[in-house]
Design a protein around this ligand. Structure first.
Ligand SMILES: Cc1cc2nc3c(=O)[nH]c(=O)nc-3n(C[C@H](O)[C@H](O)[C@H](O)COP(=O)(O)O)c2cc1C
Length: 191
């Protein structure tokens, strides 16, 4: 955790693909964040095995899980930027949450978390966000409310070649969310 007035925020991207719109939005966040918000990218979680209690019992938590959990634990807050898959949370992201949920020193406990999603369609990943909210409440995270970031028709909001976010209303609302999330984190963390 930062002790210099800055806030250390972990950014988790739920898409694993190279030309992901969600990853493109995640890359844009440092430009839009208030000065005291320092963003860092979460360690990879795509190599974490499918959750199986037998693995946990026999060899303990895989190193990728421990690293991912420690990154969450040490942050002042977390921003999850994720697509919606079949009306819900992408499997790799849900698997990572399932693994860390089994840890005694629960990484998400009392952690401020904000959500963002980019989707191809009209709902902007809303159904994924509702499911993610439920899962994160089950691990005692503290969910940020509004403004919500639901980027609809993503292909029209990012530059086709550079994948830079070009849609001004989206830039504005993301900027507003980050400013509000800073205040929320300070309130939750008692700063
Ligand atoms: C397996 C799969 C399931 C999808 N299901 C949904 C869905 O339920 N709702 C939706 O809005 N888009 C859905 N999409 C389309 C995604 O919104 C779109 O591919 C988006 O760009 C993926 O995010 P990314 O660019 O960050 O990888 C799905 C895509 C995939 C690959």
């Amino acid at each position: 955790m930062a002790h210099d007035g800055n806030l250390d925020v972990l950014v988790v991207c739920g898409s694993l693909r190279k030309r992901s719109y969600n990853a493109a939005l995640a890359r844009m966040l440092p430009k839009l964040a208030p000065p005291a918000m320092k963003l860092r990218t979460a360690p990879p979680f795509d190599q974490i095995p499918h959750y199986n209690h037998d693995i946990q019992d026999s060899t303990g938590f895989p190193p990728e899980v421990t690293t991912f959990a420690e990154a969450i634990r040490s942050a002042d807050g977390v921003i999850i930027v994720s697509p919606e898959y079949n009306w819900s949370i992408p499997g790799a992201l849900k698997n990572a949450i399932d693994w860390v949920s089994r840890m005694k020193d629960q990484p998400f406990k009392d952690k401020p978390v904000a959500l963002q999603s980019c989707a191809g369609g009209v709902l902007g990943g809303a159904r994924m966000q509702y499911h993610l909210r439920q899962s994160l409440i089950s691990v005692d995270a503290i969910l940020f409310g509004r403004p919500e970031i639901l980027v609809t028709f993503s292909a029209k909001k990012f530059d086709e070649k550079t994948l830079e976010l070009t849609d001004q209303p989206t830039i504005d609302i993301v900027t507003q969310q980050l400013a509000a999330f800073e205040k929320f984190m300070r309130r939750v963390n008692g700063q």
